[in-house]
Design a protein around this ligand. Structure first.
Ligand code: ATP
Ligand code: MG
Length: 234
């Protein structure tokens, strides 16, 4: 990690509210966060404090009301839907608590999905390389024998390993993980986390991991706390 370089993620003054009928729920009230390549950071906060909301903004799955967001050198604050989707496919990997694999696709096709989105029209000319790359990362997460299994034919830990492979197949600058071990037993969760952090560190990705778990936070380089819509550095 080198703090003198430009951060992979640079968020300033992010605010997000949700309208609930006539009332407004202010969830994020001015979030500043810089993450550098290779840095692994835990995001903690009570249930409902806004961790998932923040990850969605940082991963360009939702838009901020106020503030600015730079990701991998690009100002993403006001990107339109298509440009945001392209930047997300190239630069962001997401791992969710509920795995979020596409049920009708097998493990290999799930891992290939972000590559199809990132390649667009050039997919057909690149697909041979892309298949090789997806198979390689599935092997790295220990699933070379499960590539043609659909999510319902995989255990929870295996599904999350597919999700880890899918999140990292594009070598994203930023990996966002939202309670990635929350649905797994302790041992399986530890194994998946070790895999996720090992691969992310190998690729030099910046990692932000939302978690309630102290021990998960201890496995990270640093920890931040979301309180009253703002971040406290610990
Ligand atoms: N789309 C939405 N519309 C309205 N309110 C929302 C929406 N998404 C989230 N919220 C509210 O925003 C607050 C923050 O939710 P969020 O899911 O970000 O919390 P969290 O910190 O991830 O919680 P947990 O630890 O339980 O996952 C909650 O009070 C939630 O009800
Ligand atoms: Mg959440």
């Amino acid at each position: 990690m080198n703090n003198s370089t430009t951060p992979v993620l640079d968020a300033r003054g992010l605010e997000k509210s949700f309208c609930m009928g006539a009332s407004q729920l202010r969830v994020l009230r001015g979030v500043d966060l810089a993450l550098h390549s290779g840095e692994v950071c835990a995001l903690r906060g009570t249930s409902g404090s806004g961790k998932s909301t923040l990850l969605h903004l940082l991963g360009l799955l939702d838009t901020t009301d106020v503030g600015s967001l730079h990701l991998a050198g690009l100002d993403c604050t006001k990107l339109g839907r298509t440009a945001a989707a392209r930047q997300r496919a190239k630069q962001v990997g997401f791992v969710f608590q509920q795995f979020q694999l596409l049920p009708e696709l097998d493990a290999l096709q799930n891992v290939l999905m972000p590559r199809r989105l990132a390649c667009g029209w050039s997919w057909w000319s690149r697909r041979r390389d892309e298949y090789a790359r997806a198979k390689q990362i599935l092997s790295k997460v220990g699933l070379s024998e499960r590539m043609s299994h659909r999510p319902t034919q995989l255990s929870g830990g295996e599904q999350q390993r597919v999700a880890v492979a899918r999140a990292l197949v594009s070598k994203p600058a930023l990996l966002l993980a939202d309670e990635p071990t929350g649905n797994l037993d302790t041992q399986t969760g530890n194994d998946v986390l070790a895999l996720l952090l090992g691969l992310a560190r190998e690729q030099g990705a910046a990692v932000l991991l939302a978690t309630h778990s102290r021990s998960l936070a201890d496995a990270c380089d640093r920890e931040i706390l979301l309180v009253d819509g703002k971040l406290e550095m610990l």
